[in-house]
Design a protein around this ligand. Structure first.
Ligand SMILES: NC(=O)c1ccc[n+]([C@@H]2O[C@H](COP(=O)([O-])OP(=O)(O)OC[C@H]3O[C@@H](n4cnc5c(N)ncnc54)[C@H](OP(=O)(O)O)[C@@H]3O)[C@@H](O)[C@H]2O)c1
Length: 310
């Protein structure tokens, strides 16, 4: 399949659960399927999986590097999120210029031509001069021919201010789904297709609560599996009423919603298995071939009705 043009959101494979709920064998089959379908963009982070098991620090990227080595691939486009110093879900990180440049060297060595973008992963600081030094490192990343990005930034307005001189063109990962969105937090960066939506299934929500297995993603990540959100009940009724003509499950509703949202440049998907990935790819093709704007509009109405406008 031809890669998506820049005018529509790209499909990007996430690796947050690699080495956690997904063993290396499953990760390999998922990436095999993704690659064979013509997709190239993969999202990774030094601290994946964030399962609070120190022995698993950087396990997800090790699986990714093994896959690259095994297949001799040079045209993957990996976005690597850096700065974390452990996988304990702590805010501890290192965003000093020297450390980020060390990460750049490290990942160029590990991923070779497959490295496409370096992103800052989590920043709770509000000190503009410290952030300016972080941006100096990103300017050097840019000068090395890579794209740059941000993820989990607590004070985006300080980043915007610190970036006034350098004018770096960031991609930004945001949580963006039917139940919750961080888009409004990033107002200074609105108006350009630069946002990459993650958690589009709200971390693995199932419309039927009986489908949460002990190892389902939402369960292991400590998410809310009670399905008490009124929006979920509303979605179930709405899906029944349109008799699955356009969308038939939560993942499809989530994809249609994110795909048509403003300024979205990519959907970060987190399939746990090959069959989920195949469904996601099939539906992504549908989104490209059929106008789902009216479905997006109805989902926004449902959101307003049940969850309050965001
Ligand atoms: N920047 C950040 O801070 C940040 C944060 C989170 C994630 N991310 C990136 O975004 C990627 C995706 O995030 P996420 O895992 O939170 O995404 P998500 O789409 O909200 O949740 C993924 C879960 O949804 C279910 N699912 C996925 N595809 C499905 C399908 N076709 N049919 C039915 N169920 C499906 C699976 O749950 P079950 O396994 O339970 O079936 C899967 O594990 C991550 O891998 C990571 O690369 C970035």
């Amino acid at each position: 399949m031809a890669p998506a043009s820049n005018d529509i959101p790209a499909l990007i494979l996430g690796t947050a659960m690699w080495g956690w709920t997904m063993d290396a064998h499953i990760c390999f089959s998922v990436l095999d399927t993704f690659y064979e379908a013509g997709f190239r963009q993969v999202d990774a982070a030094t601290n994946y999986p964030i399962n609070r098991q120190p022995a698993d620090f950087r396990l997800s990227e090790r699986i990714l590097c093994d896959w690259i080595r095994t297949h001799g691939v040079t045209d993957l486009r990996v976005m690597m999120k850096v700065g974390s110093v452990d996988n304990m879900r702590s805010p501890d990180n290192n965003l000093r210029k020297s450390f980020l440049l060390m990460c750049l060297d490290d990942y160029r060595e590990l991923l070779g031509p497959n490295l496409d973008m370096l992103m800052i992963h989590w920043d709770n600081r509000d000190d503009q001069s410290e952030i300016a030094q972080t941006l100096e490192a990103l300017a050097l990343v840019r000068a090395a021919g890579l794209k740059v990005g941000l993820s989990g930034i607590r004070f985006p307005e300080v980043y915007a201010k610190a970036n006034e001189t350098l004018q770096l063109n960031f991609y930004i990962q945001i949580k963006h789904n039917l139940l919750q969105s961080d888009y409004n937090k990033y107002k200074p960066f609105h108006g350009k297709r630069r946002f990459l939506a993650y958690g589009i299934n709200a971390g693995g929500v199932k419309l039927d609560a009986a489908e949460y297995a002990p190892k389902s993603s939402l369960t292991v990540r400590g998410g809310d599996t009670s399905n008490q959100s009124p929006l979920i009940a509303g979605l179930i009724n709405w899906l029944d009423s349109q008799q699955a003509k356009y969308v038939s499950d939560f993942n499809q509703c989530s994809m249609a919603y994110a795909y048509h949202s403003k300024d979205i440049a990519g959907l970060l998907i987190g399939p746990s298995r090959v069959d989920q990935l195949r469904d996601t790819i099939d539906f992504y093709k549908k989104l490209q071939q059929t106008d789902y704007q009216h479905i997006y509009d109805q989902l926004v109405e449902l959101k307003k009705q049940y969850a309050g406008a965001q």
